[in-house]
Design a protein around this ligand. Sequence first.
Ligand code: PYC
Length: 334
Amino acid sequence: METVNLSLAEAYALAREVLSKNGFSAEHADAIARNVTAGERDGCASHGLWRLLGIVETLRKGKVSADARPEISDRAPAIVQVDAGGAYSLVAYELALPLLMAKARQCGMAAMAINRCVHFSALFADIEPLTDAGLVGYACTPSHAWVAPAGGTRPLFGTNPIAFGWPRKDKPPYLFDMATSAAARGEIQLHQRAGKSIPEGWGIDSEGQPSTDPQAVLDGAMLTFGGHKGSAFAAMVELLAGPLIGDMTSAESLAWDAGAGGLPYGGELILAFDPVRFLGEEAHVHLARAETLFAAMQEQGARLPGERRFICREKTTVEGVTIPCKLYEEIRAL
Ligand code: PYC
């Protein structure tokens, strides 16, 4: 496959230009360009520059606002709600983040509900600002009904990612960001673009039969990770970032899309916990115990979630990112 190498600055500039030429306001174009560049930088191609295709397509289909200004509402001592106004989630998140952090420091824990947002982005990017500030973070969001519940054969849940981050002094955070489906939908779409089959266990065809054909699974149903366990987590995400915050489930999001093929529309829930508020002067003692746990994991050869991403980040910061020529041309054509 022919490839193109881009420095991170070039990747960002390409994304930024495509977004602003397609009509996104400066703040949305900036936030989206930073996010997809971060996905590519961290070796997460399914949330990297490739996303620009769907991001722009969703705008052209009239399914996302290019310039909505989020409205923040201070709901309760530990709850901030932000209405994204039908735009992508990122600007809403960034504008409401300082209030979430202030509330977490004040109350020990706080929640941010983002409503009426279109969502495409990897959640690790929403957790890192929290762990960088010494807070523990959790985030989740439904998507479109693409995933069958365990025991079923028809799509009902979204890919419903969950991200969790734990701050570490002078070290990258312990941070996982995982779909509750066996793979992100973007992963399956990337396999399809590359003409590759997908691993067994990722999905079933429209007859309910296991399939390794990406198109058959995109047309059929994706599966949750870990059978009924992943299915339970997927349902939890539907509830926490759907009805609990007054926003859509994945089935409602897909119904709202009405066949347009836009990205998922609904809510995101973000939680922040302040160890210092929980523990006071003892905080450092207990954070050190967390380090003992991480060391014991690594002693057995286990990799800490997020490690691969940070290693990749160091490399791409120097060497840039490499994407297929075909993708590069498709992005330029946007
Ligand atoms: O790739 O799983 C995915 C996804 C979720 C929302 C948009 N794409």
